[in-house]
Design a binder for this molecule. Structure first.
Ligand code: IMP
Ligand code: MG
Length: 183
C-alpha cells in the first residue's frame, strides 16, 4: 500500500484489507449471536456503507433482509449540521428487528436523523452497528450497539468512504496526510 492522491489531497495507508475483514467478521459474530431466532432487516446508510453491507451480509449466517436509506451530511472533508434524507424506507417495518449498518459515526448528526426516522415506525428493536467511530467528535447521547473500531479524528477514505466522490472503490482505508508531498 502506498500514499494516494484524491483531488487536491494526499492520503496515507491506515487500515489494511485484512484488518477490515477481521473487524467485519467480529461484528457479524456479535450481531448473529444477538439476533438468534430473528429475521433481521439490515439497513445500510448510503452511500458510504455499501461495501461494508455487502461484506457483512455475505458472512451473515441465517435469514435476513437487506435494504438501504440514503442520507448525506458531508461536504468535502467536514460535516454539516443538516442531514438530508435522499432515499427513504419503503418496507413495512412494524414489529421488525432493524439493524442499521453505518460505515462511520463522526459527530452523530446522521445517527440522530436515523433515530428520528425510526422513532414512529413501531419496530420491535433498533440496533446500530458502525464499522468506524470517532469518539473525540461524537457529541450525542445516543446508543451505538456495536462499534467495529474507534479511530482518531482524522478524515479517512476507502472501503466505501469518499472525499468529494473519490476513493470509495479502494479496498483498504487511507487517512488524510498532514505532511506536504511533492506534486
Ligand atoms: P456524522 O453525521 O458527522 O456522524 O457523519 C456521518 C457520515 O459522514 C458518515 O456516514 C460518512 O458518510 C461521513 N463521514 C464521517 N467521517 C468521515 C470520514 O472520515 N471520511 C469520509 N466520510 C466520513
Ligand atoms: Mg455514511
Amino acid at each position: 500500500m502506498s500514499t494516494i492522491k484524491l483531488h487536491d489531497l494526499h492520503f496515507k495507508p491506515f487500515i489494511k484489507e485484512e484488518e477490515i475483514n477481521s473487524i467485519v467478521q467480529t461484528l457479524v459474530q456479535q450481531v448473529q449471536e444477538d439476533c438468534k431466532g430473528e429475521t433481521p432487516l439490515f439497513i445500510g446508510i448510503l452511500n458510504g456503507s455499501f461495501m461494508f453491507v455487502s461484506d457483512f451480509v455475505k458472512s451473515y449466517k441465517g435469514d435476513c433482509e437487506v435494504s438501504f436509506v440514503k442520507l448525506a451530511s458531508y461536504e468535502g472533508t467536514s460535516t454539516t449540521d443538516k442531514v438530508k434524507q435522499l432515499l427513504g424506507i419503503n418496507e413495512n417495518i412494524e414489529g421488525r428487528t432493524v439493524v442499521i449498518l453505518e460505515d462511520i459515526i463522526d459527530t452523530g448528526n446522521t445517527l440522530q436523523e436515523i433515530y428520528n426516522i425510526f422513532k414512529d415506525k413501531k419496530v420491535k428493536q433498533l440496533k446500530v452497528v458502525t464499522l468506524f467511530f470517532k469518539p473525540d467528535v461524537f457529541k450525542k447521547e445516543l446508543p451505538i450497539d456495536y462499534i467495529g473500531k474507534s479511530i482518531p479524528d482524522k478524515f479517512i477514505v476507502g472501503y466505501g468512504l469518499d472525499y468529494n466522490g473519490l476513493g470509495r472503490n479502494k479496498p483498504a482505508i487511507y487517512q488524510l496526510s498532514t505532511t506536504q508531498h511533492k506534486k
